[in-house]
Design a protein around this ligand. Structure first.
Ligand code: M6R
Length: 357
Protein backbone atom coordinates (compact mmCIF):
# COMPACT_ATOMS: atom_id res chain seq x y z
CA UNK A 1 0.00 0.00 0.00
CA UNK A 2 1.03 3.57 -0.69
CA UNK A 3 0.30 4.86 2.82
CA UNK A 4 0.78 8.62 2.92
CA UNK A 5 2.49 8.68 -0.48
CA UNK A 6 0.79 9.69 -3.71
CA UNK A 7 2.96 7.33 -5.73
CA UNK A 8 4.69 4.02 -5.17
CA UNK A 9 7.79 5.38 -6.88
CA UNK A 10 8.42 8.02 -4.21
CA UNK A 11 7.68 5.53 -1.45
CA UNK A 12 10.12 3.07 -2.98
CA UNK A 13 12.82 5.73 -3.34
CA UNK A 14 12.41 6.56 0.34
CA UNK A 15 12.60 2.90 1.33
CA UNK A 16 16.13 2.51 0.02
CA UNK A 17 17.99 3.17 3.30
CA UNK A 18 15.89 0.47 5.02
CA UNK A 19 16.45 -1.95 2.16
CA UNK A 20 20.22 -1.51 2.39
CA UNK A 21 20.18 -2.04 6.17
CA UNK A 22 18.05 -5.13 5.66
CA UNK A 23 20.55 -6.51 3.14
CA UNK A 24 23.40 -5.97 5.63
CA UNK A 25 21.51 -8.08 8.17
CA UNK A 26 20.51 -10.81 5.75
CA UNK A 27 24.03 -11.29 4.43
CA UNK A 28 25.83 -11.29 7.77
CA UNK A 29 26.25 -14.14 10.26
CA UNK A 30 26.56 -13.88 14.07
CA UNK A 31 30.31 -13.17 13.82
CA UNK A 32 29.77 -10.32 11.42
CA UNK A 33 31.14 -12.37 8.50
CA UNK A 34 29.51 -12.55 5.09
CA UNK A 35 26.83 -15.25 4.92
CA UNK A 36 26.73 -16.95 1.54
CA UNK A 37 25.92 -20.48 0.38
CA UNK A 38 29.19 -22.39 -0.03
CA UNK A 39 27.96 -23.68 -3.43
CA UNK A 40 27.80 -20.10 -4.73
CA UNK A 41 31.32 -19.45 -3.48
CA UNK A 42 32.65 -22.51 -5.27
CA UNK A 43 30.75 -21.69 -8.48
CA UNK A 44 32.48 -18.31 -8.55
CA UNK A 45 35.85 -19.77 -7.61
CA UNK A 46 35.65 -22.34 -10.38
CA UNK A 47 34.61 -19.91 -13.11
CA UNK A 48 37.23 -18.41 -15.42
CA UNK A 49 34.84 -15.63 -16.47
CA UNK A 50 31.51 -14.22 -15.34
CA UNK A 51 28.80 -13.38 -17.88
CA UNK A 52 26.22 -11.01 -16.46
CA UNK A 53 22.95 -11.06 -18.39
CA UNK A 54 20.19 -8.50 -17.74
CA UNK A 55 17.86 -5.89 -19.20
CA UNK A 56 17.11 -2.21 -18.53
CA UNK A 57 17.90 -1.02 -15.03
CA UNK A 58 19.21 -4.44 -14.02
CA UNK A 59 21.69 -4.22 -16.91
CA UNK A 60 22.87 -0.91 -15.48
CA UNK A 61 23.42 -2.59 -12.09
CA UNK A 62 25.38 -5.23 -14.01
CA UNK A 63 27.71 -2.58 -15.44
CA UNK A 64 28.59 -1.50 -11.90
CA UNK A 65 28.94 -5.13 -10.81
CA UNK A 66 31.50 -5.78 -13.55
CA UNK A 67 33.70 -2.99 -12.17
CA UNK A 68 33.47 -4.47 -8.68
CA UNK A 69 34.14 -8.04 -9.76
CA UNK A 70 37.11 -7.11 -11.92
CA UNK A 71 38.67 -4.42 -9.75
CA UNK A 72 38.15 -6.05 -6.35
CA UNK A 73 38.05 -9.79 -7.03
CA UNK A 74 40.12 -9.75 -10.26
CA UNK A 75 37.58 -11.98 -12.02
CA UNK A 76 37.13 -11.19 -15.74
CA UNK A 77 33.50 -10.18 -16.21
CA UNK A 78 31.35 -9.33 -19.20
CA UNK A 79 27.94 -7.68 -19.08
CA UNK A 80 25.41 -8.30 -21.82
CA UNK A 81 21.96 -7.03 -22.69
CA UNK A 82 19.86 -10.20 -22.58
CA UNK A 83 18.00 -9.59 -25.85
CA UNK A 84 21.29 -9.06 -27.68
CA UNK A 85 23.08 -12.05 -26.17
CA UNK A 86 20.12 -14.25 -27.10
CA UNK A 87 20.64 -13.87 -30.84
CA UNK A 88 24.29 -12.82 -31.01
CA UNK A 89 26.29 -14.95 -28.63
CA UNK A 90 29.91 -13.87 -28.11
CA UNK A 91 32.83 -16.28 -27.96
CA UNK A 92 32.58 -17.91 -24.54
CA UNK A 93 35.38 -18.82 -22.16
CA UNK A 94 35.97 -22.44 -21.13
CA UNK A 95 34.39 -22.25 -17.68
CA UNK A 96 31.79 -19.48 -17.65
CA UNK A 97 29.40 -18.73 -14.82
CA UNK A 98 26.24 -16.95 -15.92
CA UNK A 99 24.76 -14.39 -13.56
CA UNK A 100 21.23 -13.20 -14.29
CA UNK A 101 20.20 -9.95 -12.64
CA UNK A 102 16.44 -9.43 -12.66
CA UNK A 103 14.14 -7.66 -10.24
CA UNK A 104 11.11 -9.68 -11.31
CA UNK A 105 12.92 -12.86 -12.26
CA UNK A 106 10.48 -13.12 -15.15
CA UNK A 107 12.15 -11.18 -17.98
CA UNK A 108 11.69 -13.31 -21.11
CA UNK A 109 14.92 -12.17 -22.77
CA UNK A 110 16.89 -13.36 -19.74
CA UNK A 111 14.95 -16.62 -19.62
CA UNK A 112 15.77 -17.26 -23.28
CA UNK A 113 19.48 -16.99 -22.45
CA UNK A 114 19.12 -19.17 -19.35
CA UNK A 115 17.47 -21.93 -21.38
CA UNK A 116 20.45 -21.96 -23.79
CA UNK A 117 22.96 -21.80 -20.93
CA UNK A 118 21.38 -24.87 -19.37
CA UNK A 119 21.47 -26.72 -22.69
CA UNK A 120 25.23 -26.16 -22.74
CA UNK A 121 25.47 -27.38 -19.14
CA UNK A 122 26.95 -24.10 -17.83
CA UNK A 123 26.26 -23.09 -14.21
CA UNK A 124 23.94 -20.17 -13.48
CA UNK A 125 23.13 -17.81 -10.63
CA UNK A 126 20.07 -15.54 -10.49
CA UNK A 127 20.09 -12.34 -8.45
CA UNK A 128 16.46 -11.40 -7.99
CA UNK A 129 13.93 -9.69 -5.80
CA UNK A 130 11.44 -12.55 -6.28
CA UNK A 131 12.94 -15.84 -5.09
CA UNK A 132 10.11 -18.07 -6.41
CA UNK A 133 10.32 -16.50 -9.87
CA UNK A 134 11.07 -18.38 -13.09
CA UNK A 135 14.72 -17.29 -13.33
CA UNK A 136 15.24 -18.20 -9.70
CA UNK A 137 13.66 -21.64 -10.04
CA UNK A 138 15.48 -22.49 -13.23
CA UNK A 139 18.99 -21.30 -12.32
CA UNK A 140 21.33 -23.41 -10.19
CA UNK A 141 21.65 -20.77 -7.46
CA UNK A 142 19.77 -17.68 -6.29
CA UNK A 143 20.72 -14.59 -4.33
CA UNK A 144 17.81 -12.59 -2.96
CA UNK A 145 17.92 -8.78 -3.04
CA UNK A 146 15.39 -8.34 -0.19
CA UNK A 147 14.03 -5.02 -1.49
CA UNK A 148 10.40 -5.93 -0.81
CA UNK A 149 7.75 -5.70 -3.54
CA UNK A 150 8.53 -3.03 -6.12
CA UNK A 151 5.28 -1.78 -7.65
CA UNK A 152 6.22 1.32 -9.67
CA UNK A 153 7.25 0.43 -13.22
CA UNK A 154 10.38 2.56 -12.82
CA UNK A 155 12.83 0.49 -10.83
CA UNK A 156 14.52 2.29 -7.93
CA UNK A 157 15.04 0.29 -4.74
CA UNK A 158 15.57 -2.94 -6.69
CA UNK A 159 18.51 -1.31 -8.52
CA UNK A 160 20.33 -0.15 -5.38
CA UNK A 161 19.55 -3.50 -3.70
CA UNK A 162 21.10 -5.36 -6.65
CA UNK A 163 24.25 -3.26 -6.44
CA UNK A 164 24.44 -3.76 -2.66
CA UNK A 165 24.20 -7.55 -2.96
CA UNK A 166 26.72 -7.54 -5.81
CA UNK A 167 29.16 -5.46 -3.76
CA UNK A 168 28.95 -8.06 -0.99
CA UNK A 169 29.50 -10.81 -3.55
CA UNK A 170 32.51 -8.99 -5.00
CA UNK A 171 34.07 -8.50 -1.59
CA UNK A 172 33.44 -12.12 -0.66
CA UNK A 173 34.93 -13.31 -3.96
CA UNK A 174 38.01 -11.16 -3.37
CA UNK A 175 38.46 -12.60 0.12
CA UNK A 176 38.07 -16.13 -1.18
CA UNK A 177 41.05 -15.46 -3.46
CA UNK A 178 43.10 -13.94 -0.66
CA UNK A 179 42.74 -10.42 -2.08
CA UNK A 180 42.00 -7.49 0.20
CA UNK A 181 39.09 -5.56 -1.34
CA UNK A 182 39.48 -1.78 -1.09
CA UNK A 183 36.36 -1.52 1.04
CA UNK A 184 34.51 -3.40 3.73
CA UNK A 185 31.14 -3.88 2.05
CA UNK A 186 29.10 -4.15 5.26
CA UNK A 187 30.61 -1.05 6.84
CA UNK A 188 30.30 0.93 3.65
CA UNK A 189 26.69 -0.13 3.11
CA UNK A 190 25.88 1.21 6.57
CA UNK A 191 27.33 4.59 5.59
CA UNK A 192 25.52 4.43 2.26
CA UNK A 193 22.16 3.91 3.99
CA UNK A 194 22.77 7.10 6.02
CA UNK A 195 23.86 8.98 2.91
CA UNK A 196 20.70 7.88 1.08
CA UNK A 197 18.62 9.18 3.96
CA UNK A 198 20.36 12.55 3.87
CA UNK A 199 19.64 12.84 0.13
CA UNK A 200 16.01 11.74 0.48
CA UNK A 201 15.65 14.61 2.96
CA UNK A 202 16.52 17.09 0.21
CA UNK A 203 13.38 16.58 -1.85
CA UNK A 204 12.65 20.31 -2.11
CA UNK A 205 15.96 20.88 -3.82
CA UNK A 206 15.47 17.99 -6.26
CA UNK A 207 11.97 19.24 -7.01
CA UNK A 208 13.29 22.72 -7.74
CA UNK A 209 15.92 21.32 -10.11
CA UNK A 210 13.31 19.20 -11.90
CA UNK A 211 11.12 22.29 -12.28
CA UNK A 212 13.91 24.60 -13.44
CA UNK A 213 15.61 22.19 -15.82
CA UNK A 214 12.98 19.79 -17.05
CA UNK A 215 9.56 21.39 -16.93
CA UNK A 216 9.34 22.24 -20.62
CA UNK A 217 12.43 20.76 -22.20
CA UNK A 218 12.34 18.34 -25.13
CA UNK A 219 15.59 16.67 -24.23
CA UNK A 220 18.08 16.28 -21.43
CA UNK A 221 21.61 14.91 -21.38
CA UNK A 222 23.44 13.14 -18.59
CA UNK A 223 27.21 12.88 -18.56
CA UNK A 224 29.72 10.97 -16.46
CA UNK A 225 32.94 9.02 -16.71
CA UNK A 226 34.01 5.61 -15.40
CA UNK A 227 31.56 4.38 -12.73
CA UNK A 228 29.59 7.61 -13.11
CA UNK A 229 28.97 6.78 -16.76
CA UNK A 230 27.00 3.69 -15.73
CA UNK A 231 24.97 5.78 -13.30
CA UNK A 232 24.09 8.42 -15.89
CA UNK A 233 22.77 5.70 -18.20
CA UNK A 234 20.40 4.73 -15.40
CA UNK A 235 19.53 8.36 -14.61
CA UNK A 236 18.60 8.93 -18.26
CA UNK A 237 16.49 5.76 -18.40
CA UNK A 238 14.62 6.85 -15.26
CA UNK A 239 13.85 10.26 -16.69
CA UNK A 240 12.82 9.08 -20.16
CA UNK A 241 10.57 6.24 -19.07
CA UNK A 242 8.40 8.26 -16.72
CA UNK A 243 8.57 11.86 -18.06
CA UNK A 244 8.83 11.08 -21.82
CA UNK A 245 11.66 13.61 -22.12
CA UNK A 246 14.24 12.34 -24.57
CA UNK A 247 17.06 11.67 -22.16
CA UNK A 248 20.45 10.17 -22.97
CA UNK A 249 23.48 9.29 -20.90
CA UNK A 250 26.91 9.86 -22.42
CA UNK A 251 30.51 9.22 -21.50
CA UNK A 252 31.97 12.70 -20.98
CA UNK A 253 34.85 12.11 -23.37
CA UNK A 254 32.49 11.11 -26.19
CA UNK A 255 30.74 14.49 -26.34
CA UNK A 256 33.26 15.87 -28.80
CA UNK A 257 32.69 12.88 -31.10
CA UNK A 258 29.19 13.96 -31.98
CA UNK A 259 26.81 14.66 -29.13
CA UNK A 260 28.04 18.15 -28.36
CA UNK A 261 26.41 19.22 -31.66
CA UNK A 262 23.07 18.84 -29.89
CA UNK A 263 23.85 21.35 -27.14
CA UNK A 264 22.14 24.69 -27.60
CA UNK A 265 21.05 27.61 -25.43
CA UNK A 266 19.20 26.18 -22.42
CA UNK A 267 19.81 22.45 -23.05
CA UNK A 268 19.78 20.75 -19.65
CA UNK A 269 22.88 18.70 -18.84
CA UNK A 270 23.21 16.76 -15.61
CA UNK A 271 26.75 15.71 -14.71
CA UNK A 272 27.73 13.13 -12.11
CA UNK A 273 31.21 13.67 -10.70
CA UNK A 274 32.35 11.20 -8.05
CA UNK A 275 35.47 9.53 -9.43
CA UNK A 276 38.68 11.27 -8.34
CA UNK A 277 40.85 9.99 -11.22
CA UNK A 278 38.58 11.54 -13.88
CA UNK A 279 37.34 14.49 -11.87
CA UNK A 280 39.29 17.06 -13.88
CA UNK A 281 38.25 15.52 -17.20
CA UNK A 282 34.53 15.54 -16.49
CA UNK A 283 34.64 19.03 -15.03
CA UNK A 284 36.30 20.05 -18.30
CA UNK A 285 33.38 18.49 -20.18
CA UNK A 286 30.93 20.45 -18.02
CA UNK A 287 32.76 23.67 -18.97
CA UNK A 288 32.52 22.71 -22.65
CA UNK A 289 28.74 22.30 -22.55
CA UNK A 290 28.25 25.44 -20.44
CA UNK A 291 30.30 27.38 -23.02
CA UNK A 292 27.78 26.24 -25.66
CA UNK A 293 24.80 27.42 -23.67
CA UNK A 294 23.84 24.36 -21.59
CA UNK A 295 22.22 24.69 -18.18
CA UNK A 296 24.37 22.41 -16.06
CA UNK A 297 23.42 20.66 -12.85
CA UNK A 298 26.37 19.03 -11.13
CA UNK A 299 25.98 16.13 -8.73
CA UNK A 300 29.34 15.67 -7.08
CA UNK A 301 31.22 14.64 -4.00
CA UNK A 302 32.88 18.06 -3.70
CA UNK A 303 31.28 21.50 -3.72
CA UNK A 304 32.84 23.80 -6.30
CA UNK A 305 32.37 27.35 -7.51
CA UNK A 306 31.36 26.39 -11.07
CA UNK A 307 28.30 27.93 -12.67
CA UNK A 308 25.08 25.92 -12.39
CA UNK A 309 23.18 24.09 -9.67
CA UNK A 310 25.04 21.78 -7.35
CA UNK A 311 24.02 18.77 -5.35
CA UNK A 312 26.74 17.67 -2.97
CA UNK A 313 26.76 13.98 -2.11
CA UNK A 314 27.68 12.70 1.34
CA UNK A 315 31.04 10.95 1.26
CA UNK A 316 31.06 7.21 0.63
CA UNK A 317 33.76 4.92 -0.78
CA UNK A 318 34.56 5.80 -4.39
CA UNK A 319 33.87 2.22 -5.56
CA UNK A 320 30.29 2.37 -4.31
CA UNK A 321 29.16 5.90 -5.18
CA UNK A 322 26.49 4.67 -7.66
CA UNK A 323 24.32 3.61 -4.72
CA UNK A 324 24.25 7.23 -3.59
CA UNK A 325 24.57 9.32 -6.74
CA UNK A 326 21.49 7.63 -8.22
CA UNK A 327 19.20 9.00 -5.47
CA UNK A 328 19.09 12.61 -6.78
CA UNK A 329 18.63 11.27 -10.32
CA UNK A 330 15.67 9.14 -9.23
CA UNK A 331 14.10 12.07 -7.37
CA UNK A 332 14.66 14.51 -10.24
CA UNK A 333 13.02 12.03 -12.65
CA UNK A 334 10.09 11.62 -10.26
CA UNK A 335 9.45 15.35 -9.90
CA UNK A 336 9.95 15.98 -13.62
CA UNK A 337 7.26 13.40 -14.42
CA UNK A 338 5.00 14.80 -11.71
CA UNK A 339 5.26 18.39 -13.00
CA UNK A 340 4.64 17.26 -16.54
CA UNK A 341 1.46 15.49 -15.41
CA UNK A 342 2.64 12.05 -16.36
CA UNK A 343 1.39 8.80 -14.86
CA UNK A 344 4.44 8.31 -12.65
CA UNK A 345 3.81 4.73 -11.51
CA UNK A 346 2.42 3.40 -14.77
CA UNK A 347 4.12 5.11 -17.71
CA UNK A 348 2.63 4.59 -21.14
CA UNK A 349 3.63 1.58 -23.24
CA UNK A 350 5.50 -0.12 -20.38
CA UNK A 351 4.89 -3.17 -18.19
CA UNK A 352 6.51 -3.90 -14.83
CA UNK A 353 7.81 -7.23 -15.98
CA UNK A 354 8.44 -7.94 -19.60
CA UNK A 355 7.45 -11.56 -20.08
CA UNK A 356 7.47 -11.53 -23.88
CA UNK A 357 10.52 -11.36 -26.13
O1 M6R B 1 12.56 -7.45 -13.77
P1 M6R B 1 13.83 -7.06 -14.48
O2 M6R B 1 14.87 -6.49 -13.60
O3 M6R B 1 14.40 -8.23 -15.28
O4 M6R B 1 13.41 -5.97 -15.52
C1 M6R B 1 14.30 -5.45 -16.45
C2 M6R B 1 13.77 -4.19 -17.09
O5 M6R B 1 12.58 -4.45 -17.79
C3 M6R B 1 13.52 -3.09 -16.07
O6 M6R B 1 14.66 -2.83 -15.30
C4 M6R B 1 13.09 -1.79 -16.75
O7 M6R B 1 14.15 -1.28 -17.49
C5 M6R B 1 12.57 -0.79 -15.71
N1 M6R B 1 11.26 -0.35 -16.04
C6 M6R B 1 13.46 0.42 -15.59
O8 M6R B 1 13.01 1.30 -14.63
Amino acid sequence: EKGTYNHFMLKEIDEQPFVIRNIIQKYQNENGDIKLEPEIRSAIREADRLYIIAAGTSYHAGLVAKELMEKEAKIPTEVHIASEFLYNEPLLSKKPLFIFISQSGETADCRGVLVNVKKHGFPSLTITNVPGSTLSREADFTLHTYAGPEIAVASTKAYTAQMAVLSILAMDSARAKGIDARFNAMQELGLIANAMEALCDQKDKMEQIARDYMYDTRNCFFIGRALDYHVVLEGALKLKEISYIQAEGFAGGELKHGTIALIEEGTPVVAVVTQPHVNGNIRGNVQEVIARGANACIISTEATEEKGDHIVLPEVHECLTPLVSIIPLQLIAYYAALHRDCDVDKPRNLAKSVTVE
